[in-house]
Design a protein around this ligand. Structure first.
Ligand code: NAP
Length: 370
């Protein structure tokens, strides 16, 4: 018996030590190294990078080798990129858990940005679907740069002619998130009452339009200054969160699409129908350890005990969903809302603006050039 207790104590000590070491590894910030840029030249491009974790000031311009299209790859001159909250999470390296993937101490990949739209300038051997001069959009790590190289079987699609590069660059992450969270996670059906919390943001402006497209009766929650915008996107009802708390209202919803995390999860129960669903898309970023992961973790714990479902959600790129969004844009049924434009060198300002949490629609990085 004493032996067992001793073994238990040793395991306990090792566990605490292991967790402590992991915590130190995850939260450690390596110092920023000096930038080593190749000289400007034909084989280089300008890119916005960060070589350590920190505030937006750690993001700076560097000249990097210009990528080359290999077999099955397409080289795109980026004309516009859009900023997502994910980008500033990658700059800060928070919540710390994400460093297990992004890099301990410092980011493994210095480049930033995901959404892009631009023009194909070269294709590698074997590429069938794209040709130089094609206008395209999609998602690829490192889109805050003059060029990206993309595999033709990954997230690259023809840009509809009726939308600008900036509008196309606004779509991939935000619209895909809205679509999958409503249709797949929320299981929205025609006639459902759907509430979009954060209806004026980058994701919310797409969610309002897509919930209407799925046939729902849509309530958008935003501040008064965006009420006209949200109603114009198709919301049947608009609630100004600065004047009214929707969790105290009399309306009951089938689906709450939560892009803000403005209330404790259990407060949503009051306004959910008995088998209603809350899709947890975004949440407050306070706290370096859990941040926006706190609500999804709570949802996993409480959901099994309730008839109403609290559903963590993470968007995933796939070709059919991107083609669906491409078709909606081409038919004029999905309108990207653009709040502000910044230049490539102004990525730090764009990140700071988005991080304040009051963007109305998407924030665009324009990267003009040949
Ligand atoms: N799960 C996923 O796969 C996934 C994918 C993409 C994004 N996300 C997350 O989704 C969230 C939203 O992203 P986003 O790109 O839409 O962010 P965003 O553009 O920064 O959204 C900000 C919007 O939220 C509104 N807002 C702020 N406080 C509010 C409140 N209490 N009630 C209602 N609206 C409020 C702001 O309106 P006012 O200025 O008028 O206050 C602003 O329009 C983020 O947390 C992001 O990390 C998750």
């Amino acid at each position: 018996m004493r032996m067992l207790k001793r073994i238990g104590a040793v395991i306990g000590v090792l566990l605490v030590l292991g967790i402590g070491i992991l915590a130190v590894m995850l939260s450690h910030n390596s110092p920023c190294p000096a930038a080593a840029s190749p000289a400007p030249g034909a084989g280089t491009m300008q890119a916005m990078v960060r070589r350590c974790y920190g505030a937006a000031d750690v993001v700076h311009a560097e000249r990097l080798p210009r990528p080359v299209a290999g077999p099955g790859q397409v080289l795109v001159k980026v004309q516009a990129a859009s900023v997502n909250p994910l980008d500033w999470h990658y700059v800060h390296g928070t919540p710390y858990l994400m460093r297990a993937d992004a890099g301990f101490g410092a980011p493994e990949d210095p480049q930033l940005g995901t959404d892009y739209a631009g023009t194909v300038v070269a294709v590698g051997p074997g590429v069938q679907r794209f040709h130089p001069g094609d206008e395209v959009f999609g998602a690829r790590n490192g889109s805050f740069a003059e060029y990206v190289v993309v595999r033709e079987d990954r997230t690259i699609l023809a840009k509809p002619a009726n939308v600008s590069f900036a509008e196309a660059a606004a779509v991939p992450v935000a619209a895909l998130t809205a679509l999958q969270a409503l249709r797949d996670k929320g299981q929205v059906h025609p006639g459902d009452k759907v509430l979009i919390n954060g209806a004026s943001g980058g994701v919310g402006t797409f969610a309002v339009q897509l919930a209407r497209h799925l046939g729902a009766d849509v309530t958008g929650v935003c501040s008064g200054r965006s009420a006209a915008l949200v109603a114009g996107l198709g919301a049947d009802h608009v609630i100004d969160y600065t004047r009214e708390d929707f969790t105290r209202g009399t309306q009951r919803y089938d689906v709450i699409f939560d892009a803000v995390g403005s209330h404790p999860l259990l407060e949503y129960r009051r306004v959910l129908r008995p088998h209603g669903r809350v899709v947890i898309v975004g949440g407050p970023s306070t706290g370096n350890w859990l941040g926006p992961l706190a609500a999804p973790l709570e949802a996993i714990v409480i959901s099994p005990f309730l008839s109403q479902k609290f559903l963590p959600f993470l968007a995933e790129f796939n070709a059919p969903d991107m083609q669906y969004l491409q078709a909606l844009m081409a038919q004029g049924q999905l309108r990207p809302v653009i709040d502000r434009h910044y230049g490539l060198a102004q990525v730090p300002e764009a990140l700071r603006y988005l991080e304040q949490g009051h963007a109305h629609g998407k924030v665009i990085i324009d990267i003009p050039g040949p």
